[in-house]
Design a protein around this ligand. Structure first.
Ligand code: PLP
Length: 450
């Protein structure tokens, strides 16, 4: 028996793929390529190991985790929103829900998908798009799963690369690579001045080949926290339209950046209004504390139908649904229902939606407090803050020199994802300790913060 081409990439070149059953059995797992651990998840592992060392007296300084991508309260715990838990409990007990014991649709819980459309796009626009058969929404496994669905759909439509901001959330690159797509970048951060490079972004998108797919974060950009102004979005969207690009938005932090939902979604709605093809991956991990439950959705919006099109808008929408259904069916067949159904109940009920939103807004205030504490403390100590005060959302990039960043974890026991800090982990009770350790790091290196 021989193994097919591409299998057994870990075997040395020229080594025969034939052998005894024992040899072949050994080869199966050895044949896997070596893969680097995920940077974000491995920071958590290193932090936990260091914390254990501290608790068992092996190190004297308590490690602080500023890398974690979750909201944490004053105790360092991830809280569950009361509104969300209440509705989950009610959904679990709901007679109708309990009686539906078969599979739910491949595309997810219908009431959830509709609620997502209404909430993120606005009821009026969503109704208009539904009427015109321009809107298809499917449930995803969290925001990551939704982004994967959009990437797979792009591949099926003939796309070979998805443009991403430089820098961006690392998983955008991983997902594209696994789907077999390239990830060219467009400029986003001015690294000298540590601020948004809006001109570079627009020009980068303008020079992408016509008909490209452009990944965008509408607000609370992970990892820079900088967002284009409305005027800058308008200019970028005009370029997108002129080039026939598709906008692929990743919405993971809505309600957590001090903006209303319509402010957050401004570039998404504007792109739809301009007739640009749009995909939106949304996540409820952060803004509904449904991290481990994996609740998300992919919204797709087709441009208005040109006269003389080969197929009707309805047929086009069906084609999109059928492709997404095929992708889902082959990956995991259908998504889990309970937490999406509960989230749908929140989105579709004015009162519950209001309570949930106010809990999310409370978290956004805590996140902003963390940012403010960091900026005020940094300014007082002469540490560079690089326009962090102009950004919003959970993450920001520290503007420290490379040597300082390199020593944050090893010497100062401040765990970050490279330069990325989680503002939610910065509290009144730890901000002085954090910044004192940064100042100590500068001093060890013989550097002056100013
Ligand atoms: C920019 C961005 N997109 C998507 C996600 C995915 O979120 P999840 O899959 O946990 O819902 C994250 C999470 O860290 C993110 O930062």
């Amino acid at each position: 028996m021989t193994l097919g081409p591409g299998i057994g990439s870990g075997t040395s070149e020229g080594e025969s793929l034939r052998g005894s059953p024992d040899v072949l059995a050994q080869r199966f797992f050895r044949g896997l390529p070596n893969v680097e651990k995920d940077k974000i998840l491995s920071v958590g592992e290193r932090f936990r190991a260091a914390k254990q060392d501290f608790l068992e007296g092996r190190i004297a300084v308590e490690p602080i985790n500023l890398g974690v991508g979750t909201f944490v309260d004053d105790r360092g715990m991830v809280p569950r929103m009361i509104s969300v838990q209440t509705v989950i409990d009610a959904t679990e007990k709901d007679h109708n829900f309990r009686m539906q014991n078969g599979y739910f649709p491949i595309t997810g819980v219908p009431s959830f998908c509709r609620g997502v459309e209404n909430f993120y796009l606005g009821e009026e626009l969503a109704a208009e798009l539904r009427r015109d058969h321009r809107l298809v929404t499917v449930q995803g496994l969290g925001g990551t799963g939704a982004y994967r669905l959009g990437t797979e759909l792009a591949k099926r439509s003939g796309t070979s690369e998805i443009y991403v901001s430089d820098p961006t959330w690392g998983n955008h690159l991983n997902i594209a690579a696994d789907v077999g797509l390239g990830s060219p970048t467009y400029p986003y951060l001015d690294r000298e001045a540590y601020r948004l490079n809006a001109d570079g972004m627009r020009l980068g998108i303008a020079t992408a080949p016509a008909g490209s797919v452009i990944s965008l974060q509408p607000s609370a950009h992970n990892s820079t926290s900088f967002t284009p102004s409305r005027e800058q979005w308008d200019e970028t969207i005009e370029v997108m339209k002129d080039k026939g690009h598709t906008a692929f938005f990743d919405v993971a932090y809505a309600l957590l950046d001090g903006k209303t939902i319509s402010e957050h979604m401004y570039p998404v709605v504007k792109s739809i209004e301009e007739g640009i093809p749009v995909m939106v991956a949304v996540s409820f991990s952060k803004n509904a504390t449904l991290y481990k439950e994996r609740v998300g959705a992919l919204i797709t919006v087709m441009p208005p139908k040109l006269d003389g099109g080969a197929s009707s808008a309805k047929e086009d929408a069906e084609r999109v649904t059928n492709n997404l259904s095929a992708i889902i069916r082959r990956m995991y067949s259908s998504p889990p229902a309970l937490h999406a159904a509960a989230m749908g109940d929140i989105l579709n009920d004015g009162m519950m939606r209001g309570v949930w939103k106010s809990e999310a807004v409370e978290q956004s205030v805590t996140i902003q407090d963390g940012r403010d504490l960091f900026v005020a403390g940094s300014v007082a100590r002469g540490l560079p803050v690089g326009n962090v005060d102009k950004g919003a959302g959970m993450f920001f990039l520290g503007a420290y020199p490379d040597a300082v960043v390199g020593m944050l974890e090893t010497d100062a026991l401040l765990f970050t994802v490279g330069r990325r800090f989680n503002a939610a982990a910065i509290k009144e009770k730890n901000v002085d300790e954090i910044l004192n350790r940064v100042v100590d790091t500068y001093q060890k290196l013989g550097l002056s913060p100013a």
